[in-house]
Design a protein around this ligand. Structure first.
Ligand SMILES: [Zn+2]
Ligand SMILES: [Zn+2]
Ligand SMILES: [Zn+2]
Length: 109
């Protein structure tokens, strides 16, 4: 059983807003891995990526719970408690289509 923290009350049944990092797409930048905000469905790049937009999103909105947006990964993370939840309880947003994401990355290079 995965323990939760009080920030789980922020979790909404969101849909991912994009298949790639919203800010990187706007910048034409590349990312490494993706994280999805479980409060609003914002998709941002991880802290290993050049811009770390998932962390920026937390800093600007206070949305503390994210989950991995990588296929086959089911973990979540609370920025406030700096804690992993694996597997993340509940339904995680899924990518719509892998191919579309790849095409999107190439187009935005
Ligand atoms: Zn928390
Ligand atoms: Zn980004
Ligand atoms: Zn958010």
């Amino acid at each position: 059983m995965t323990e939760s923290c009080e920030h789980f009350s922020e979790i909404q049944p969101v849909k991912a807003r994009t298949n790639g990092c919203e800010e990187c797409i706007a910048l034409g930048a590349m990312w490494n891995e993706l994280r999805v905000c479980l409060s609003c469905g914002h998709v941002g790049c991880c802290e290993d990526s050049e811009h770390a937009h998932a962390l920026h999103h937390f800093n600007s909105t206070g949305h503390s719970i994210i989950a991995s947006f990588e296929r086959g990964e089911t973990w979540g993370w609370c920025y406030v408690h700096r804690r992993y939840f694996d597997p993340m309880p509940g339904k995680l947003p899924k990518r719509r289509a892998t191919l579309a994401a790849i095409v999107g990355r190439l187009r935005n290079r």
